[in-house]
Design a protein around this ligand. Sequence first.
Ligand SMILES: Nc1nc2c(ncn2[C@@H]2O[C@H](COP(=O)(O)OP(=O)(O)OP(=O)(O)O)[C@@H](O)[C@H]2O)c(=O)[nH]1
Ligand SMILES: [Mg+2]
Length: 445
Amino acid sequence: MSLQSHQYTQDNAERAYLVGVAVRGTLPLLSVEESLEELMLLARTAGLEVVGMASQILHRIDPKTFIGMGKLEELKAETEALGVQTILFDDELSPRHQRELETAFGERYKILDRSALILDIFAMHANTREGSLQVELAQYEYLLPRLTRQWTHLERQTGGGAARGGSGGVGLRGPGEKQLEVDRRDILRRISRLKLDLEDVRAHRSRHRVSRLKAGIPVVSVVGYTNAGKSSLMKAMTGADVYVADQLFATLDPTTRKLGLPGGKEILVSDTVGFIQKLPATLVAAFRATLEEIVQSDLILHVVDSAHPNALQHIEAVEDTLAEIEVPPVPQIVVLNKRDLWETAEVEARFRDLDYDQIVVTSARQKRGIDDLLVAIETTLQKRMTPIDVTLPYQAGELIALMHQRGVIETETHLDKGVHIVGHVPPALVDRLLAAGLHPRKEGA
Ligand SMILES: Nc1nc2c(ncn2[C@@H]2O[C@H](COP(=O)(O)OP(=O)(O)OP(=O)(O)O)[C@@H](O)[C@H]2O)c(=O)[nH]1
Ligand SMILES: [Mg+2]
């Protein structure tokens, strides 16, 4: 058993105690200690003060109390001595575990799990209407099977309204200061309402997507583990004023910016929500539409905090989530970011076995490697273009300009009947040519 107590700091933050388990015979991505370390960052992001943590190796999860009876008694004594208010489990507790633990610890303690905490952080960070609706939906779906003493208890504490920020505490911050109703039927009604509202918001957004597709501008999605430096990289590439913070899940709502590549072509770069191991299932489900932007993109930039000791596990967790949201085989560039924090060649050696076509090393903070990255984006996108050989009438000036903007022109010859162009253009532009009654012959065809 490893117990460590942290110094009490002088403020009125909620005092939390973290609990992790390792089950013999399972192979989790991170060790229980590494995962608890991550949970501590999540807890701090949510405004909790972590005053201690414990881990236990189990043969199996106890169907009633999650951890063993002996451990439970130990924890009760330890948390009592530390004046703990919240006990935070690193794994998602089943509704039954939640109930049994609440009974075992008694009224004074709040029992939370990693999922509730992540949902809470998302609720704090959602800025757009779609983001807020999605988080609220995920929160209610998570709550529905768990309607227990916990929530009536919390409701009493906050005088009947879920508080944002401080007074009610972590684990019940709803977007828009909405009351977390304790009645199942109310929650079910609320869930259907949220789904309808989301459909509305999304109908709007997909219209935008259609117009973007018509414009034929390639879309590049920036994905990666939370805190990898996605927003910083977006900022370094486009100069966009996006929010950068040493926090988990600083970015929730996607931001898209236009960017000119060195060869003159334009692309759209989208920054989006980060991933983490053990991401709550209700959250992935609720954020599916946001994540669909990734599914629809022409290229994925997978940003990695290359200085993090668990960088390889982070890459795996991101790959798992991409597979979960069924991203088709879109070309991927792995961006090993935070290069400025490397100290030895050993770090470089860690990534030697990475199996990706394109790997670029950057420091978003020092704006290094950005030019290489832009060239890599350009080359990768070009591979996705269609070779063409077409003669356009002189009146088709707009189309010719578009071909210069979006494609790569190898030769352009001015003939009597028009402009003869040989080169590569994005598939969407081929459609435009066909629609204009022009037949772009493929090279060598
Ligand atoms: N040293 C160093 N720090 C960096 C670099 N890039 C980003 N950071 C820092 O890493 C932290 C996270 O950066 P963000 O750009 O917010 O990361 P993100 O991936 O967008 O994070 P989320 O939106 O929270 O998932 C911030 O403190 C950045 O200043 C880098 O190249 N070097
Ligand atoms: Mg971000």
